[in-house]
Design a protein around this ligand. Structure first.
Ligand code: DQA
Length: 151
């Protein structure tokens, strides 16, 4: 059964590859998207990608997912820690979302240890670098397929 997933990345993730490589590694966002596309093919899942540095654009993108995609793979970046607008958008669209982070936010500064978006997501994958995205996609597709079977 065909599954469609939107992959949404928040602020500063366009700089991956050169941004604090000791924390975020050397892979670029394009590398991550290519790895996800390859895994998507294996899983029979079509992917669309979006990145923005702007909160409102991320909200618009999440709203636009309604009725169009089966799931959202989301790295809200710094907005994870304080954007009630992004949290509310995820809750509003009612599409299964999985939150991913390259770094282990629970091991870092106190302000990063809270996620306001995770409670409206089905799950959270942190600390595995690029693999956080790949593991998150596997989990999300499993949830989508499980739900579709029950329809
Ligand atoms: C991040 C963690 C956030 O705290 C940070 O603001 C980011 C990246 C991660 O993927 O590890 O921009 O979401």
């Amino acid at each position: 059964m065909g599954v469609k997933v939107k992959v949404i990345n928040g602020p500063n993730l366009n700089l991956l590859g050169t941004r604090e490589p000791d924390i975020y590694g050397k892979d670029t966002l394009a590398d991550i998207e290519a790895a996800l596309t390859a895994l998507g093919k294996e899983l029979g899942c079509e992917l669309e990608f979006f990145q923005s540095n702007h909160e409102g654009e991320l909200v618009d993108c999440i709203q636009g997912c309604r009725g169009r995609v089966d799931g959202i793979l989301l790295n809200p970046a710094a907005y994870t820690h304080y954007s009630y607008a992004i949290r509310d958008a995820v809750a509003a669209v009612g599409i299964p979302a999985v939150e991913v982070h390259i770094s282990n936010i629970h091991q870092r500064e106190a302000f990063r240890q809270q996620s306001v978006t995770a409670p409206v997501c089905c799950g959270q994958v942190v600390g595995f670098g690029v693999d956080s995205y790949l593991l998150g996609l596997r989990g999300l597709v499993g949830i989508i397929r499980g739900r579709k079977q029950h329809l």
